[in-house]
Design a protein around this ligand. Structure first.
Ligand SMILES: Nc1ncnc2c1ncn2[C@@H]1O[C@H](COP(=O)(O)OP(=O)(O)O)[C@@H](O)[C@H]1O
Ligand SMILES: [Mg+2]
Length: 234
């Protein structure tokens, strides 16, 4: 399979000077599911925000061969769907249906097709029953799945998740894992949930203090007790 994400010598400092990423090199192939683990403050969220050009560090990020730059940004964002850690960052309409339809309408897609894609995304994310609800009134787990539906409706080839299972009760978490197991897209999942990483991903990248400390097959990384200990993962 061809590389779909290529990160070369990526470094990023926040405006206050905090160096959050240092010389990151990582290639992900189409269809791969990769976990990104590491302690709080490791730089996981910062790295994810570079995958669709929300942040723009020094170095290079290519998506499906395209460098991320002003003129490719719109295309990049249709290829890379980012599910934020906090669903409140993704839900802002009076109903879930409108939230899921929002991006499609913005793209000027034919209304009949919009309906079709919204219904499918709601179904795939397991939230068809929430279509008419106000996001403000949903539980945390319901909001997370609704936020996923807003991203799925755009049919991205790459799905990027920031702490997808955080704050979910056991059933919601199990359903999320089963849902993501059924999906064929390339995935990058930042998570503290090592069991989720084991069930979903074939490769794991350990990030610590802005650098890649280790990477390899998920089972090998998760089986390395001293590595997990050293990077605050156990
Ligand atoms: N907006 C910001 N301004 C300054 N520093 C930030 C900002 N966001 C995150 N950081 C810092 O950058 C580092 C990496 O943060 P982050 O990517 O959120 O880590 P993680 O997602 O692994 O917990 C941390 O030291 C964090 O405090
Ligand atoms: Mg984070």
């Amino acid at each position: 399979m061809d590389p779909i994400i290529e990160i070369t010598a990526l470094s990023y400092a926040y405006p206050d000077g905090k160096q959050a990423l240092k010389d990151i090199n990582l290639t992900i192939r189409e269809g791969e599911k990769v976990a990104l683990v590491g302690p709080n403050g490791a730089g996981k969220s910062t790295l994810l925000l570079h995958l669709n050009g929300i942040l723009d560090g020094r170095g290079k990020v290519r998506i499906d061969g395209m460098p991320i730059e002003k003129k490719t940004l719109k295309t990049i964002r249709s290829v890379v769907g980012l599910v934020f850690q906090n669903p409140d960052d993704q839900l802002f309409s009076p109903t879930i249906y409108e939230d899921v339809a929002y991006g499609l309408k913005y793209q000027g897609i034919d209304p009949k097709k919009v309906c079709e894609l919204v219904e499918k995304a709601l179904l795939d994310a397991g939230v068809s029953n929430l279509a008419d609800r106000n996001p403000y009134h949903l539980s945390g787990g319901e909001k997370k799945r609704a936020a996923l539906a807003t991203v799925l409706s755009m049919q991205p080839r790459i799905l990027v998740f920031d702490e997808p299972s955080a704050g979910m009760d056991p059933r919601a978490r199990r359903e999320l894992i089963e849902l993501l197991q059924r999906m064929q897209q390339t995935m990058v999942i930042a998570t503290h949930d090592l069991d989720l990483a084991a069930r979903l991903t074939s490769r794991t990248v350990v990030l610590d203090s802005g650098v890649i400390a280790a990477e390899g097959p998920t089972l090998a990384i998760l089986g390395n007790a001293s590595l997990l200990w050293e990077h605050g993962l156990s």
